[in-house]
Design a protein around this ligand. Sequence first.
Ligand SMILES: CC(C)(COP(=O)(O)OP(=O)(O)OC[C@H]1O[C@@H](n2cnc3c(N)ncnc32)[C@H](O)[C@@H]1OP(=O)(O)O)[C@@H](O)C(=O)NCCC(=O)NCCS
Length: 210
Amino acid sequence: MMKKYVIVCGGGFAREVISWIRQIATGPAQGEIVGIIDHSPSCLEGFDYDVPYLGSTADYQPPADVELVLAVGSPKAKQELTSALIARGGKFATIIHPTAVVASSAKLGTGVILCPLSVVSADATVSDFVTVNVLSSIGHDAQIGTFSTLSAHVDVMGFAKVGDGCLLGSGARVLPKVKVGAGCMIGAGATAIRGVPDGMTLYSQPSKRM
Ligand SMILES: CC(C)(COP(=O)(O)OP(=O)(O)OC[C@H]1O[C@@H](n2cnc3c(N)ncnc32)[C@H](O)[C@@H]1OP(=O)(O)O)[C@@H](O)C(=O)NCCC(=O)NCCS
């Protein structure tokens, strides 16, 4: 039986996720998008997606036969939305685009989104509600904490650890075995070359001559 998906939040990432789900043509994750919930009823106004607005994230009651798709990048928003919707009985889907590559030894949590051309390598752990945008890769034995988001073109290398609730901007890199604490922001294009304490923002990366 085809799954029934309800998209949670109606921003730009939601429109991407709608597009990716519609490209899942076979397999158990194939499903129909039955609606979207957002604080704004006009979230998809001006776009041609043909997805009905079902109500506000603040009071939507998820029916038992739908799976929620967490289509938002902000770790804080993900935390708030999931706790509110799970309290109302919501169940979250893990969405894996057909072009994503996932090692059979990798562990994926609930509510994970793997966008096109992302890679999760051998023995990596991707915790609940992690979002991995296009062309990003998670190296062998790397760990990504709950609610963290990897934007596009991110490279988390082998044995690296990214804590809970981190946001890695586009093109960010975490070198092998480096540990990024919880709640960190790694700016677009920045490279974490050594441990990053909880809550820290990194940005920029002047390359230096050896
Ligand atoms: C690092 C980041 C979080 C800083 O945001 P911010 O606190 O609003 O910082 P500002 O934009 O005010 O910039 C502050 C300074 O840092 C510099 N800076 C900001 N981000 C930078 C980056 N990624 N690389 C290099 N320099 C950067 C700015 O040029 C500015 O320098 P100045 O004071 O000399 O003019 C943000 O710029 C970033 O990289 N976010 C990730 C965005 C992303 O990839 N999103 C995912 C795709 S949607």
